[in-house]
Design a protein around this ligand. Structure first.
Ligand code: AMP
Ligand code: GLY
Length: 433
């Protein structure tokens, strides 16, 4: 199989790395990829939003399977175009991807499938939204309906905050079209967990869970980010909860989308809050998470290419059951100083020799890492989330030490990572370093 991975983040490096370990795969391409995906295959200089260019690249290179990492190309209909070109594609159609690209669509699917989530209302004009916030007068969550690069959700502790979030979306159009519709939700409480499974349009694989540390600072403080770390299997999470989430939440979504004529093929991501009343859906995403993928790909026992091909061709039953190992994995994201605000790029990265990518205990997935423009061969920073250090072990504490041990070897000016990823789960109270 010749496989093309679309995207350029840590998630895509983890996907390309895991696919490279498949005996079914003869060659891996990434587009546009990064310095990490270049270690496991060939990068193609095509932007992940250049739909025509991507389809052409897949055709020109006689690709047998396209694996789409990020949500934006999915929302732009890349999967539809790849399928039209006759190439199996791992990733949902534009219509099925609305599960992520429209929060009101996702809530509608959820209701139709009888899945429990927060109480919510959808608004298309500001005055009705403001009147509702006033009437509720309690902590609310105001969400832009469309894709907003993870910035479209406002946690509003009081009426004033809710009003300003509504005005920012609907009047100031801070998120453009994505905020023309808003969803206002009840503010739920409890630990959050990300759950993933493979879907082939009709069937759903066994699920796997990981956490996502969204806040930039130790102890969950500071602004939200794209994700500062992850670990799994998480606490609290067990076989009973896995079965419940699979059969009561994720499978009903797949069935509902199939019934609507939009079969869902690809990775289904369910963001859950474990409330006192049981698991409640915060969001669905139409792809794997970043940085969760860096923490779950090392745990995928089944052949990734066979599983993804089965999703693309509606034959997941043939490769069932999809097996996930219970071995703990901890992923620590190293970011540029200043992230998620403004930050410098082009800073030389030390301690990231190409040969040191993978050993038995730890590895590094690249994201905002590039080769210096001066041809020196040096690796330099080129993004906010620069790389993910991943540790494995017999227990969470060991996995955590391996991840942080790796992080301690890597240096660049202003480098920062949270010292408390998986800290409580490891039974430790000590931050690292
Ligand atoms: P979303 O993009 O919808 O997942 O929202 C991003 C983050 O906002 C989630 O990971 C939660 O931390 C938080 N969030 C979203 N919806 C709710 C809700 N109804 N109650 C509490 N927190 C929420
Ligand atoms: N880790 C959050 C996301 O991928 O959306």
């Amino acid at each position: 199989m010749r496989v093309l991975v679309v995207g350029s983040g840590g998630r895509e490096h983890a996907l390309a790395w895991r696919l490279a370990g498949s005996t079914a795969v003869t060659e891996i391409f990434s587009a546009p990829g990064n310095s990490g995906t270049a270690l496991v295959g060939t990068n193609l200089p095509v932007s992940d939003t250049d739909i025509d260019g991507m389809v052409k690249a897949a055709t020109d290179r006689s690709i047998n399977l396209v694996v789409i990492g990020p949500e934006v190309p999915l929302a732009l209909g890349l999967a539809d175009r790849v399928a039209e070109a006759g190439i199996p594609c791992f990733g949902p159609s534009r219509r099925a991807a609305r599960l992520e690209s429209s929060k009101s669509f996702a809530r509608d699917v959820q209701d139709a499938a009888g899945i429990s989530g927060p109480e919510y209302r959808v608004f298309h004009n500001a005055s009705a939204a403001l009147a509702y916030a006033e009437y509720r007068d309690r902590p609310l969550v105001v969400k832009a309906d469309g894709l907003a690069a993870g910035k479209g959700v406002a946690m509003c502790a009081n009426l004033e905050e809710a009003k300003s979030a509504i005005m920012m979306c609907m009047q100031d159009r801070m998120f453009g079209e994505a905020g023309e519709t808003v969803v206002i939700e009840e503010w739920l409480h409890g630990p959050e967990i990300s759950v993933f499974a493979f879907a082939d349009g009709e069937n759903l694989s066994e699920v796997v869970a990981a956490t996502d540390y969204k806040r930039v600072g130790e102890g969950d403080t500071g602004p939200n980010t794209g994700g500062m770390g992850s670990y799994g299997p998480p606490t609290p999470w067990d076989e009973t909860l896995a079965k419940q989430v699979r059969s009561e939440i994720m499978l009903p979504v797949i069935r509902e989308l199939a019934a609507r004529g939009s079969p869902y093929r690809g990775a289904l991501y369910c963001g859950l809050m474990l409330t006192d009343d049981g698991p409640r859906v915060l969001e669905f995403n139409c792809r794997f998470g970043d940085p969760e993928t860096q923490a779950i790909m090392p745990r995928l026992v089944s052949d990734p290419a066979e599983v993804m091909m089965a999703c693309a061709t509606g034959s997941l039953d043939d490769v069932a059951p999809v097996e996930w190992s219970d071995s703990p994995v901890v992923a620590v994201v190293m970011v540029s100083g200043g992230y998620p605000g403004s930050y410098e790029t082009g800073l030389e990265i030390h301690g990231l020799e190409e040969s040191a990518f993978d050993d038995n205990d730890s590895m590094v997935f690249h994201a905002g890492v590039s080769h210096a423009a001066d041809g020196s061969g040096h690796l330099v920073t080129s993004g906010g989330r620069v790389l993910t250090c991943v540790g494995m072990g017999d227990n969470i504490d060991q996995a955590r030490h391996h991840a942080y041990g790796r992080a301690a070897e890597i240096r660049f000016d202003g480098a920062y990572y949270r010292p408390d990823i998986a800290m409580l789960a490891s039974g430790q109270t000590a931050r690292i370093p």
